[in-house]
Design a protein around this ligand. Structure first.
Ligand SMILES: [Zn+2]
Length: 71
């Protein structure tokens, strides 16, 4: 069942908060360039690239184990 929206306003996703927002009249002029849902988001800017901590890989960097054989 597809829900039909009463008004089919274009939507975009805010690059700052990631939420979808709808077209507003005030953006009529430069809708193409609108990236943020609000002034606030605009200031905060785009969300930082997803924090990708390399899980264990970094921690478990091969520590060369020198096995000293005492003969
Ligand atoms: Zn936003």
């Amino acid at each position: 069942m597809a829900q039909h929206h009463k008004s089919s306003l274009p939507e975009k996703q805010c690059v700052a908060c990631g939420r979808p927002f709808q077209w507003r009249r005030r953006w009529a002029r430069d809708w193409e360039h609108v990236k943020y849902c609000s002034e606030r988001c605009r200031r905060s800017g785009p969300a930082p690239a997803s924090t990708q901590h390399e899980p264990d890989m970094a921690a478990t960097t091969m520590t060369p184990q020198r096995i000293r054989r005492s003969s």
